[in-house]
Design a protein around this ligand. Structure first.
Ligand code: ATP
Ligand code: MG
Length: 387
């Protein structure tokens, strides 16, 4: 009898070549998440199974596996060679701490001589012999003991199914560049895209010395937290101060945010292309703040040449975004009070519905290409797996 962790993924939707790509990526990502542990990962029809790990680390390992995108549920289990006696010995040792239970047998190995329902009843009897206070409830049991008799000659026995993060394995889509601020929204946006299989890099615009080094560290911390799900994140930190000063000096204050955003978008598209990324991701949400009207988005989006701008939070309520940020552990960091570059030179009355002709009239006063070139020449790159 050996302890093991059974890993399930949602492969039912996948067929043919896609299925192999999906499975290879998933096993690669699981091993990557578990690289600090000694263990073995094997594939059994439609599942993965982790064995040969140190019992002491089981909880930690399960936690890490349940964060890998593409994993839908896991079960700690016992594995025995498929023999009636072995299964029975294992079942005797199972402690059930609820009042009611049932046994569920899946017999994929048709060489096993006893039929599923008959065997379930026999094993239910074994459990009742050792724990006579329990009651069988076939309709609505509090605990179900699963016995899976598989084609590989092994039987897997478990009584809990733990829901994992779900989604698609990172790498099953082309990559995206996440505009990462220190706020609540953008880390959630990155998490959600990555959950659909998109590997991400991040770009952050930093206004040192108007914003402190702490603001930059906060963004790196946020990237590290989400990298637990996404895998390593390369962060491009772009000095933004000169650009903001130039806008402040030359343009009408109410257009500050719009003009800043247009330059952020232009730089982002260039960095995305240099890094072979196929999309830009923002944490924008319709009507959340003045700069997030549809008119504003139209004017900032207009500078993008040909990459899609993905806004996974566009239709979400703030409470729902906060709920995800708490779940993925970014919330406490996001609410630390360091200023974001967008709060520097913030005008009292920003235009809420900017008109393109007016924006262009302001923007023409800037040497946009020169400002972009200088900022891009001074980018600092940090990776979350450094140190
Ligand atoms: P967040 O909570 O993500 O900071 P927000 O509600 O503060 O968003 P805005 O300030 O309008 O909204 O920012 C909208 C989006 O623009 C952010 O979600 C992020 O994707 C991007 N963004 C804003 N500031 C920066 C920055 N300094 N560096 C990189 N991206 C930024
Ligand atoms: Mg913000």
């Amino acid at each position: 009898m050996e302890k093991a962790i059974l890993i399930r993924f949602g492969e039912i939707f996948l067929k043919g070549k896609n299925k192999y790509v999906f499975e290879n990526l998933l096993s690669h990502n699981i091993l990557q998440a578990l690289k600090e542990y000694k263990l073995r990962l094997t594939k059994i029809s439609g599942r993965y199974i982790v064995t040969e790990y140190e019992d002491f680390y089981e909880t930690e390992i399960m936690e890490k596996i349940s964060h890998v995108f593409g994993v839908h549920s896991i079960s700690p289990c016992f594995v025995v060679k498929t023999l009636k006696q072995n299964i029975e010995d294992c079942i005797k040792g199972i402690k059930i701490d609820t009042d009611t239970f049932k046994v569920d047998v899946k017999r994929a190995d048709k060489f096993f001589p006893i039929q599923s329902t008959e065997f379930a009843a026999m094993m239910g009897g074994v459990i009742l012999d050792s724990q006579p206070n329990l009651k069988v409830n076939l309709r609505n049991p509090e605990t179900t003991v699963f016995i899976e008799i598989r084609e590989d000659g092994n039987t897997y026995i478990y009584s809990s199914i733990i829901k994992a993060v779900g989604g698609m394995p990172v790498g099953s889509s082309g990559g995206g560049l996440l505009l990462l601020s220190g706020g609540i929204d953008s880390p959630v946006a990155g998490y959600l895209m990555s959950k659909r299989g998109m590997p991400i890099q991040a770009i952050h615009f930093h206004s040192f010395p108007y914003t402190s080094e702490l603001a930059k560290d906060k963004v790196i911390t946020l990237a590290k937290i989400i990298s637990e799900y996404t895998g390593n994140i390369k962060i491009h930190i772009v000095p933004f101060t000169k650009i903001q000063e130039a806008i402040h000096k030359n343009c009408r204050p109410e257009f500050m945010i719009t003009l800043m955003r247009r330059i952020m978008m232009r730089i982002s598209e260039r960095i995305a292309k240099q890094n072979n990324l196929k999309a830009i991701i923002t944490g924008e949400c319709l009507a959340q703040v003045a700069s997030q009207t549809i008119e504003s988005m139209t004017v900032t989006n207009a500078v993008i040449e040909d990459l899609p701008v993905l806004r996974p939070l566009i239709a979400m309520d703030k409470e729902d975004i906060i709920e995800i940020s708490k779940k993925i552990n970014t919330y406490e960091t996001s609410i630390l009070p360091y200023e974001d570059c967008c709060t520097v030179f913030l005008p009292e009355h920003p235009v809420i519905k900017p008109r393109m002709d007016k924006v262009l009239k302001e923007e023409i006063r800037l040497n946009v290409e020169e400002l972009i070139a200088e900022a891009m020449a001074n980018i600092e790159v940090v990776e979350t797996n450094e140190e």
